[in-house]
Design a protein. Sequence first.
Length: 255
Amino acid sequence: MFAHYFNRLTSFIMLRTKGKQLFLLLAAGMLTLAAQAQQSLADLMADCPDGGTLTLTADMTVGDMITLSDKAITLDGQGHTISRDAAYSTGWLLFVKGEKGSLTLTNVILDGGGITSTGGLVRAATKADLHLDGGVTLTGSVTTNDGAAVYFNGDEFTLSGTTVKGNRTTKNAAGLYLRGNTVTLHDATVTDNHADKNGGGVLVITEGVFGMTGALGKLDKIVALKKKYSFRIFIDDAHGFGLLGPHGRGTSEHF
């Protein structure tokens, strides 16, 4: 807010002191940078208008969960890091919710440090959208069964040009927990120390038929991804077996 009013004042002065425009322009930029460094990330996101872009000019530390509700924001990190305060162990760095809630992350590093209780880096709740759109790195250790780098249970999720560096110390922690309406993955790098040490890998779990809605799981698209990436598939076909396919063998036979 301070930077906004200072820039308006600077523009007013520049109209009357043309010979010192460069000096004033540099001063405005320096004070804008200082003002953002003094503001918390929560304040910066609250001040960002719906549909706007927040561009970081410095690394930021989060001491409590930041919630974005019913507003669409693009957060361009410009290569900077958003990290978890050492005392903040429960919850998410960023949490987006609401039917109009949408968060797009680009060129930013999210560092969870040591996630020692329920929570993770970023979460999207029912009906919200989450997009990791190029130059995004998710890193940090997950030390409990309830932790995850990304927990998505919203409407639309896209992941492109993103690196997920897992450092799990418990087998039930997750790098990516994705359970939403539309999930699109493209050009991602996922590393997981727990899987590497224990001969594991990536397991994709889906329902053949979702019991609450009757919608079919996107098994054809998942299999297409499997041909490109190395992972295993687990299908809960309780609602498809005996009903789908020419011989009633379920969702896999249907597709």
